[in-house]
Design a protein around this ligand. Structure first.
Ligand code: FE2
Ligand code: FE2
Length: 401
């Protein structure tokens, strides 16, 4: 194939030449033709030789479909000439560096690619850096990829003991509550991903990992509930109402604040509590692994909020208003569903005897205090005053998420 190369010729008519030998168009000649044409300027001619008897007919058709000029030169050997399109696709370069506003015309092209103009328009409504960006995205993605675990491979299911019925039922009830919350945590990022401009791909990647984490949590918690044949418990209307206000929040930053900072932040305390008080090693290990993932989700939320608030400190009041609005919608929801509260008491106390219930109740009260304390701490780290942090933490849904 050494003859099939472009040879620059003096500055007379054709500006390049290509010998296709006996290579036909169906055997790949367009690859060499496009390479040769890419080195020419607009309206320049490429001289083409070839031995195939049907080359002329095929080349003429191909040139027409590609918007190229075609000429056959008389004489022997047969010479073909192709003129680089007078109306070629216009190409723009998308920037390599992350810019403040992404152009919808870049479509799905990777950052830094050159893009033919005139492509379809996508409805990427989140296309300002401020809308979605967070610090530490690279590290968060790296940690997420390194820490993927599997319910089938990494959980010691064969170490699951037969627990007293009351305890097993409490575990199953808590797994039910966790699973419905995992679904909410899955749907929130999942519904925003298609709205984020791919120019900010690091955000999409981190959120995609978050969606995968939540799918794994839901699967693992359901599996724990079913492991001893008891199956899932009951879900409360109050819990579903609370999660609906979260899943339907239309603003990305507000949704991230409610989910990742307030909700998943609260779940960190809950998962730590379950890890510590679980009556069996499987439940404890599930809580530990989910806690490790949730810590990353909370870190993403905190870093996104930090990024937004450093340039828009006034956004704090609209976030506070969102928490308060949610609490008003949920005013009829008196507190944590009794199914979940009671199951936590039985699990933490280790059973249903009077002393166990007394211990469990005390531990669950301490859990609520710990949740309140850590929510306030997280809010203050985002620049809310002590008073605002305390007020917002109190407004946060009693259903934890
Ligand atoms: Fe989760
Ligand atoms: Fe999460």
């Amino acid at each position: 194939m050494s003859r099939a190369a472009v040879k620059p010729v003096p500055d007379s008519t054709p500006k390049g030449s290509l010998d296709l030998e006996d290579l036909s168009l169906s055997e790949g000649a367009p690859v060499l033709l496009r390479r040769a044409l890419s080195r020419l300027a607009q309206d320049d001619w490429l001289e083409v030789r070839g031995d195939s008897s049907i080359l002329e007919e095929n080349l003429r058709t191909w040139c027409r479909t590609q918007g190229l000029g075609y000429e056959r030169r008389a004489g022997a050997p047969v010479l073909h000439r192709i003129q680089k399109g007078s109306n070629p696709a216009v190409v723009v370069n998308s920037p390599n560096d992350i810019v403040e506003v992404a152009d919808p015309a870049w479509g799905l092209a990777p950052r830094g690619a050159s893009i033919e103009t005139g492509g379809p328009h996508f409805a990427f409504t989140l296309r300002r850096k401020r809308d979605v960006w967070a610090n530490e995205l690279h590290n968060l993605y790296k940690q997420a990829a390194a820490n993927q675990w599997s319910a089938a491979r990494d959980i010691p299911w064969n170490e699951l003991p037969r627990l007293p019925v009351d305890l097993e039922e409490a575990v199953c009830q808590i797994m039910t509550f966790l699973t419905e919350n995992e679904f909410a945590a899955l749907y929130v990022p999942a519904r925003f991903i298609p709205r984020i401009h791919p120019h900010y791909r690091e955000v999409v990647e981190v959120l995609a990992m978050q969606v995968a984490d939540e799918a794994r949590h839901a699967e693992a918690f359901t599996r724990r509930a079913q492991a001893m044949g008891f199956g899932l418990g009951r879900t409360a209307t109050t819990g579903q109402l609370s999660l609906q206000t979260l899943v339907e929040e239309p603003d990305f930053t507000t949704a991230v604040f409610l989910l990742c900072v307030m909700g998943e932040g609260t779940f960190l305390s809950l998962l730590r509590f379950l890890q510590e008080h679980a009556p069996d090693p499987v439940t404890s290990e599930l809580a530990r692994l989910a806690h490790r993932d949730e810590a990353r989700h909370v870190a993403f939320g905190t870093e996104h909020l930090r990024y937004v608030l450093q340039t828009e400190p006034e956004k704090r009041s609209s976030l506070a208003a969102a928490v308060e609005r949610r609490s008003q919608i949920l005013a009829s929801v008196s507190g944590l569903s009794p199914y979940v509260h009671d199951a936590l008491v039985v699990l933490a106390g280790g059973g249903v005897s009077i002393p166990q219930i007394r211990t469990g109740t005390r531990l669950v009260l301490e859990l609520h205090r710990e949740m309140h304390r850590s929510r306030q701490e997280r809010l203050q780290s985002l620049g809310f005053s002590g008073e605002q942090a305390s007020e917002l933490s109190n407004y946060h849904t009693k259903n934890f998420m």
